[in-house]
Design a protein around this ligand. Structure first.
Ligand code: SF4
Length: 65
């Protein structure tokens, strides 16, 4: 099992782009204008916590498993 799970509430996402700017390693903008994590089960947190912290509507959760 991966050490962390990333949860993204796409209904709440307003497509501001902050997560993709801060953490392009794991976040990208999709054609519908909202972001999406490339991987949701990860062993190394990397910049994902920064992405979560940057989200103005707090729709990214980092869960330690
Ligand atoms: S920072 Fe939050 S609201 Fe902005 S694109 Fe990323 S997930 Fe969506």
């Amino acid at each position: 099992m991966a050490k962390f799970r990333i949860e993204h509430d796409r209904d709440t996402c307003i497509g501001c782009g902050a997560c993709a700017n801060i953490c392009p390693d794991n976040w990208a903008m999709e054609p519908d204008g909202k972001s999406k994590p490339k991987k949701t089960d990860i062993d190394s947190l990397g910049c994902n916590q920064s992405a979560a912290d940057s989200c103005p509507v707090q729709c990214i959760r980092v869960i330690k498993q």
